[in-house]
Design a protein around this ligand. Structure first.
Ligand code: IPM
Ligand code: MN
Length: 359
């Protein structure tokens, strides 16, 4: 029995965020009841909900709620309702990016996992992925093209010019490399570093740094791959990858690819870690078309809860959630995204209830 007490900030956000978050909290309550620990929570607005209730995507009280918490459970942000706003004020850029920067969440761990039982849901030819696959992308999250200065747009005579800057300190590369090598140690001990060293100065230092850090991890194999090739290899033979480590922009692109080929976008959760507070979220986004319909897959949010417990050192508790999800899938209680053609699918709340019942 664990006797811990933890305090989390709950940022459900927009779209299907609140619906899937409700299921995640339901399951967390069941696990804490079973194991005898407590998770107190403070609910705060973020994204479009922040704009509607407090006038901005990342309200001060939300930042405070996160500062006071041991970890943040995040839903999703964004939707058509806020798309007319200037880009910097929209839910995604106005909330997610500042949240990452403010809390120094420099490492984003995003899995691309295709379970053997779910290969039918992957768009990859099934003979290429018979046993499924299990990739972990470690994406640098607070540097590079997303945050580099200068960035501007200005007139130049009759023309216009725009500038974004890809800027990295070596220290930022070292710390993300360590996250990747550490993660690989608990897995199949292979790190593929993805760069564009045939073009970018950034990538030259990146590659050198990965090699340097790898010397402290002689038990882990390090490979290098250009990003264009990596995008191709992911769909040709995803099984060659264990841990992928890459910069912010490349990571953004490759993690979408890795998640969609897994066929289970609705099941993948991610962790963003850094200095102090860690943040856990499903990777599926706000899926506005499904909002309010009780059809979204709550498993990614529920599994984000498992990642959060693991972060608190509650391994057995986290495993209990994973097994409950696993059983629920095998029992056939899944939302429409995972149902086989012609099979009945469950609602969001039904899946949540089934998983809770398994705890
Ligand atoms: C993601 C998203 C964000 C990103 C957007 C919404 C700013 O695509 O988390 O991958 O590009 O990082
Ligand atoms: Mn993205």
């Amino acid at each position: 029995m664990s006797e811990h007490h933890h305090h989390i900030a709950v940022l459900a956000g927009d779209g299907i965020g609140p619906e899937v978050m409700a299921q995640a909290l339901k399951v967390l309550d069941a696990v804490s009841g079973k194991f005898g620990f407590t998770v107190s929570r403070k609910v705060a607005f973020v994204g479009g909900a922040g704009i509607d209730h407090c006038g901005k995507a990342l309200p001060e009280e939300t930042i405070r709620a996160c500062e006071e918490a041991d970890a943040v459970l995040f839903g999703s942000v964004g939707g058509p309702k806020w798309e007319h706003l200037p880009a910097n004020e929209q839910p995604e850029r106005g909330a997610l990016l500042p949240l990452r920067k403010h809390f120094g969440l420099y490492a984003n761990l995003r899995p691309g996992v295709c379970l053997p039982a779910l290969t039918h849901a992957s768009p990859i030819k099934n003979e290429l992925i018979e046993g499924g696959f299990d990739i972990l992308c470690v994406r640098e999250l607070t540097g590079g093209l997303y945050f580099g200065q200068p960035r501007f747009r200005e007139r130049e005579g009759d023309d216009e010019v725009v500038v974004d800057t890809m800027r990295y300190h070596k220290s930022e590369m070292v710390r993300i490399a360590k996250v990747a090598f550490e993660a690989a140690r608990g897995r199949r001990k292979r790190v593929t570093s993805v760069d564009k060293a045939n073009v970018l100065t950034n990538s030259l230092l990146w590659r050198e740094t990965m090699i340097e850090v790898s010397k402290d991890y002689p038990d882990v194999e390090l490979l290098h791959m250009y990003v264009d090739n990596a995008a191709m290899q992911l769909v040709r033979n995803p099984n060659q990858f264990d841990v992928i480590v890459t910069s912010n922009m490349f990571g953004d692109i490759l993690t979408d690819e890795a998640s969609v080929i897994s066929g289970s976008l609705g099941m993948l959760s991610s962790a963003s870690v850094g200095a102090e507070v860690a943040l856990f979220e499903p990777i599926h986004g706000s899926y506005p078309q499904a909002a309010g319909k009780n059809i979204a897959n709550p498993m990614a949010a529920i599994l984000s809860g498992a990642l959060l417990l693991e972060h608190f050192g509650l391994k057995e508790e986290a495993e209990t959630i994973r097994q409950a999800v696993d059983h629920t899938i095998r029992d056939g209680f899944v939302t429409e995204d995972l149902a086989r053609p012609g099979e009945r699918s469950c609602t969001t709340t039904e899946v949540g209830d089934r998983i809770r019942a398994r705890i």
